[in-house]
Write a protein that binds this ligand. Structure first.
Ligand code: NAD
Length: 365
């Protein structure tokens, strides 16, 4: 029987609630398939700050490096929100991304036909929307140095730096073109080349790489135009590649097409080859949702779809990924809705009811 090492980092707020349901799915998969997991659970984010005084321990990073995959809930919350605090929950996430060299963040945005009414966008605009945003994750504005506050002529000032080198851009471009080939064959590269030098290098390198993928329908798009177009005609997009900052913003915007953050998974990957993808970190794109934490009403679907991505990319078990995604689809088709996607909140089911229904469906496929 094949055995995998999984590090589970529930975090704060609804993180532990959705992770608990995800682990039940994994237990079911262990029963149904010929595989097993050695699972290690650790604190991260606010709960780690409370316990250890830091958002992630070095020991946790060391365990992550030895694992096949990492499953992340969410971190943060009002308790740790003081912007001038020296330790913040998000530092844990930035540190693990950087330490594991997770340079590619894949965020699929798919509109489930039955949920089309949950979106604030007109129904007809949402037909056939199926987008994959690939965001560069460990460089750009979030990591460039200097990144500091200082005093100049007696006034406070702050500086962030957008740094990219050609290898970082080339990696994202190759991944974007390769994944576009496996999908509808279309790629948009998002930048701000009319203003930013880092974007001009981005565009130059992407064009050089494009020569190897002339079969892919390719287009540059300025980030401001991309944000408009995502709302005006989202079905025009297939794969989008973007820098860390632009990718962060456009993926949250794209997530609203689907109606709820609670439906969208993401995978952060380090090593990408034809035979599969090395250690990966899988996390829903939503945060810790402090407004609903502890109420048992969070949507667990983003977490379940993260687990599907984990099987697809880190474990190279596509058949299990498809089974999980089909189970989610069947339950949505059957009309089950958590509060965030319910048309009438009195019909909404709890986190556990939704999770149990998906797991039961898994056993029937
Ligand atoms: P959020 O994603 O936590 O919540 C935004 C809205 O979406 C809230 O109304 C929330 O109830 C709803 N929502 C989110 N996930 C849901 C789910 N699974 N089911 C139902 N409804 C859901 O964003 P926020 O409120 O801006 O941030 C809260 C905290 O999370 C902050 O501290 C932020 O820094 C942190 N955060 C963490 C991560 C991460 O760990 N990767 C990502 C984003 C935000």
């Amino acid at each position: 029987m094949k055995q995998y090492k999984l590090l589970v980092l529930p975090g704060d707020g609804i993180g532990p609630e959705i992770i608990d349901e995800g682990l039940k799915l994994i237990q079911q998969i262990e029963k149904s398939e010929q595989i097993s997991f050695v699972i290690t659970k650790e604190l991260v984010g606010g709960s780690a700050i409370d316990e250890y005084g830091e958002a992630i321990k070095d020991e946790t990073i060391a365990i992550a490096k030895q694992s096949d995959a990492v499953l992340w809930g969410a971190v943060g919350g009002p308790k740790w929100d003081n912007p001038s605090a020296s330790v913040r929950p998000e530092q844990g996430l930035l540190k693990i991304r950087s330490e594991l060299n997770l340079w590619a963040n894949l965020r699929p945005v798919k509109i489930w036909g039955e949920l089309i009414n949950s979106s604030s966008i007109k129904k007809e605009k949402l037909m056939n929307v199926d987008i994959l945003v690939i965001r560069e994750l460990i460089s750009g504005a979030y990591f460039g140095k200097p990144q500091e506050r200082r005093i100049h002529n007696g006034k406070r000032e702050a500086v962030d730096t957008i740094y990219y080198n050609e290898d970082q851009i080339a990696n994202i471009a190759h991944l974007g073109f390769k994944l576009a080939r496996k999908r509808k064959g279309k790629l948009h590269s998002v930048d701000k080349a009319n203003v930013l030098e880092s974007s001009r290098l981005w565009r130059e390198v992407v064009h050089e790489i494009q020569q190897q993928y002339i079969d892919v329908d390719f287009q540059d798009i300025l980030v401001d135009a991309a944000t408009m177009h995502l709302i005006r005609q989202p079905s025009d997009f297939d794969v989008m590649i973007a820098s860390n900052l632009f990718g962060d913003i456009i993926t949250d915007e794209a997530s609203m097409l689907s109606g709820s953050l609670g439906m969208l998974p993401s995978a952060s990957l380090s090593d990408i080859s034809e035979s599969g993808i090395g250690v990966g970190l899988y996390e829903p794109i939503h945060g810790s949702a402090p407004d609903i934490a502890g109420q048992g009403i969070a949507n667990p679907i983003a977490m379940f779809l993260c687990i599907a991505m984990l099987f697809r990319y880190s474990l190279n078990l596509e058949n299990i990924a498809i089974k999980i995604e089909s189970s989610v689809a069947k339950v949505i088709e059957a009309g089950l809705r958590t509060q965030d996607i319910a048309e009438d909140s009195k019909d909404a089911v709890s986190t556990k009811q939704m999770a149990n229904a998906i797991i039961e469906q898994y056993t029937m496929i």
